[in-house]
Structures are given as C-alpha cells and as structure tokens.
Design a protein around this ligand. Structure first.
Ligand code: PHE
Length: 462
C-alpha cells in the first residue's frame, strides 16, 4: 500500500538484530530474574512462557505486519491502515498512545540503565573485591540516594541514545545493533558458563522450572502478562516501527518466531546465569529491583577474577539497554520528523530532551522524593513502571489484536504474511481474534478484582 520509507534495513538479518535488540534488554536481564524471584519462580516462569507463545507470537506478527504495510510511525501507520480497512479514523490514537508509552518507558528505563553504567567503573576499579554484604548494599544505597550521580548517568545514557537515533536507520540503529548484539550474546554465554560450573545449576533449574501453584495470585498472572509485553517490546509500536523499515519480501512469521525465541532464550539464560550465583552465596532470589545490583556484586567480589566478570556483566546490561532504548525513542522521532518539519537530529533532540526531563521524576523517586507517593501509595518510578507494563502495553496489544483481526481484510493479511489461507494462517487469526483478546481482558478484570468477585458469586474461590 504505502510507498516504502526512504530508509530500510539493509537485510533481514539487520531487522532480526534490531528487533531482537529491542526485545532483549533490562527486561530480560534485570527485570525478569527479579520479578520471577519475587513471584516465586517456576509458576511465574510457566505463565510467562505461556503468554509468550499464545499472546507474544501472534502479536509480534501483527505488529510487524502493520508496520510494513503502513510504512510509517505507529500513529500514521494506524491512520492509513484504518482508512484502507474502512475502520474509523480515531484508531491512530492507539499508535499515538504507543508513542507516548515509549517516551514514558524510556524515562525510567534510562535511569536504571544509568545504574548499570555507574557500576562499570566501580567493577573495573575493584570496588566489589572482598566486600561484604553491608558494603555492597551500601554501594547501591549510595548510588540511588545520590540524585547528582543518578542524574549524571541518566543524562549520559540519553545523550548516547539520541546520538544513535539521530544518525538514522542504517548509519545509526543498524550499525549499533550489528556490533552490540553479538557482544551481548558473547558476554551472556561467558557468564552462563561460569554459573554452570558453580555447582548450583540444579538449584537454579528447580527454582525456575518447578512451579508451585500456591504462589499464583491474580497479581502474579498480571505481572507475567505485563512482563511478556515489556520483554517482547509489544503493545507500543516499537516493533511496528521496525517493521516499517522491513524489505517487502521478508517472511514475517519466520522473523517473528526468530525474535520471540531469541528474547525468551536470553531471559532464561539470564536467569540461569544469575540464580546459581544467588544460591551459591545464600542470597535471596526475591530481593526485588536491587537483585542484580545488590546480590550479584557480592558474588563477583568473592570470586577470583570476579572484577572481570562483574565488569562484563554490567557492560552487558548497558549494551542490552541501549539497543532497546533506541527502539523506544525511534517512534516519537519518526513521528516528530513527519509532523513538525524538524530534521531527524532536531527531532531526536526534542524527543530525547522530553524523555530526559520526565526521567527526573524517576531519578528523584529514589532519594529526595522517595516519600512522594502521588497515587496508590507508590513512588513516581513504581507508578510509571506499573502504568506502562501492566496497563498501556497490554491495552495497546489488545487494541492491535482487535484492529488486525477485525478490521484488516484476510486477503491483505494473507498477502503480507505470505501465507495461504491454511492451517497456520487460521491458527494465527484465531489466536489473535479470540485468545489474545480474551486473555488480556481476563487479566485486566482479574487485576481489578472484578473477576474474583464474579467467580465468588458462582461459588468459585480464586
Ligand atoms: N523489551 C525491552 C526490554 O526487555 C523493553 C522495551 C519495552 C523496549 C517496550 C521497547 C518497547 O528491556
């Protein structure tokens, strides 16, 4: 339909690297292990994997498809596809909500990425070596309670992100992921190898894969769904945006499967690299957001050569965060180029500047404004994290599923997916049309407490 945008990925591999770069991030290495740890391990992991297969794969295909057919930023792709499909014009707002979600996510994402950056020099200079638990948690406490340091690293991270995005699709995004993704995989494998040799792999495997269903609460289900969206970069148009730069003939189902598998593999691998170290050192898997910052350095500090491993680990986090950050910023930059007449550099500065400013809310929520809990007794960081992962992304995903399955014609869908109207197509359409929708709605009802109430009316306790 729409003509191809001026910029395209130079190859399918470039798309896979970029989309995998977007998906693999702090979500996999920082968030997944600590949320799994907090939510009791196996049961959470199982629900997460189920969400990835049933919701993640069909939606990933839907987003890539919409992007490639719309060939613009999510808001304008939605607008054109709505007019092509005879749907109402307000659908563009769904794409726009995604752009806003990207800005909100990046505002706190950048602060956490800043923590990882701050830990690199600490690790290099042997800051963990021989330190006891109190010293290590002191290091973390000192960092997050120092607004100036957080501000410095947050700013640096945003500046680098702006730099890459303003260089454009091929010279910026593609070049960055080409080098960063293999580096990331290499570092992760080294860490995994170390953990495999630690003798505590069995415990980690049991923790991650033997589900204890008594731990499953509505909240755990909601976090597993939210985690799947966040980790796969779905529901806000990042993948749609990358799909817009995809060459015409690339097979969308294959690419989607590759990206989802890679992301899931990295999350599991990260868990299996981290939990053996946690167990080997008698640390708590449910330590919360500080898990990789407070518990791992303790382990690094006790190993011979641990400073090398520690440095590698935090570099890994920074690299993973950077390739995700560019995908969070790109939709707003592409939108601004189109609608404000600014060039790419100026648009990147404007969008990045907005993110930086919003990020101050998260920076201060760990120190001078830690007691500022404007809503639900939560800090600004907690609110942003909850609002985006648990509400905006699933809601965006729900609306994308409805739009694609209800409004776009089967002919167009088959054409884009290069699938005959056979079993695979039917299964995909069914998942998108019913399963994704029902799951997300149930999860929302569940989280708001409406589902348990309705069930108790018919005598079922949940
Ligand atoms: N998927 C990224 C991660 O796991 C975060 C992200 C969310 C990126 C949404 C883009 C869009 O860290």
């Amino acid at each position: 339909m729409a003509t191809a945008p001026a910029a395209l990925w130079s190859s399918r591999l470039a798309f896979v690297l970029a989309a995998t770069g977007s998906a693999v991030g702090l979500g996999n290495i920082w968030k997944f292990p600590y949320v799994a740890g907090e939510s009791g391990g196996g049961a959470f992991v199982l629900i997460y994997l189920l969400c990835v297969v049933v919701i993640g794969v069909p939606l990933m295909m839907a987003e890539i498809l919409m992007g490639r057919r719309g060939r613009q930023n999510p808001a304008d792709s939605f607008r054109d596809l709505a007019s092509e499909s005879g749907a109402r014009s307000w659908w563009w707002l769904v794409g726009f909500m995604g752009i806003i979600a990207g800005i909100l996510i990046l505002s706190f994402y950048s602060v956490i990425a800043g923590w990882a950056m701050a830990y690199v020099p600490v690790a290099v200079s042997g800051g963990f070596t021989g330190a006891d638990a109190a010293t290590i948690s002191g290091l973390f406490g000192d960092l997050v309670s120092d607004p100036k340091r957080l501000l410095f690293w947050h700013s640096l991270f945003i500046v680098i992100t702006i730099g890459i995005v303003s260089a454009g699709v091929e010279a910026g995004l593609e070049k960055a992921v080409k080098y960063l993704m293999p580096a990331l995989l290499g570092i992760l494998l080294i860490l995994f190898g170390y953990s495999a040799a630690s003798g505590y792999m069995d415990q980690a495997l049991t923790f991650m894969f033997s589900p204890d269903f008594s731990k499953v609460t509505p909240q755990v289900v909601l976090s597993a769904v939210g985690m799947a969206f966040f980790s796969l970069s779905l529901g806000m148009g990042a993948i749609m945006m990358y799909g817009a730069y995809l060459p015409d003939r690339a097979s969308i189902p294959k690419l989607a499967l590759a990206v989802v598998s890679a992301d899931t593999a990295v999350a599991i691998l990260a868990g299996l690299a981290i939990f053996p170290i946690v167990f080997a050192n008698d640390l708590a898997p449910g330590a919360g957001p500080g898990l990789v910052f407070e518990t791992l350095p303790l382990a690094f500090g006790q190993m011979t050569g641990g400073w090398v491993l520690g440095t590698l680990f935090f570099l890994l986090l920074v690299v993973a965060a950077l390739t995700s950050a560019i995908s969070l910023l790109e939709p707003s930059v592409s939108w601004a180029v189109r609608h404000t007449g600014l060039n790419r550099k100026a648009a990147a500065l404007l969008a990045g500047g907005t993110v930086w400013l919003l990020g101050l809310g998260t920076v201060f929520s760990f120190n001078i404004a830690a007691d500022f809990k404007p809503l639900l007794d939560r800090t600004v960081f907690d609110l942003l994290d909850g609002l985006t992962s648990n509400i905006m992304l699933p809601l965006g995903g729900l609306l994308i599923a409805i739009f694609v399955a209800r409004f776009m014609s089967r002919k167009v869908l088959g054409e884009e997916l290069q699938l005959e109207d056979g079993l695979v197509f039917k299964l995909w359409h069914f998942l998108l049309r019913y399963v994704v929708r029902v799951c997300i709605i149930l999860v929302f009802l569940n989280a708001t407490g409406l589902l348990p109430k309705a069930l108790s009316l018919i005598g079922v306790e949940w």
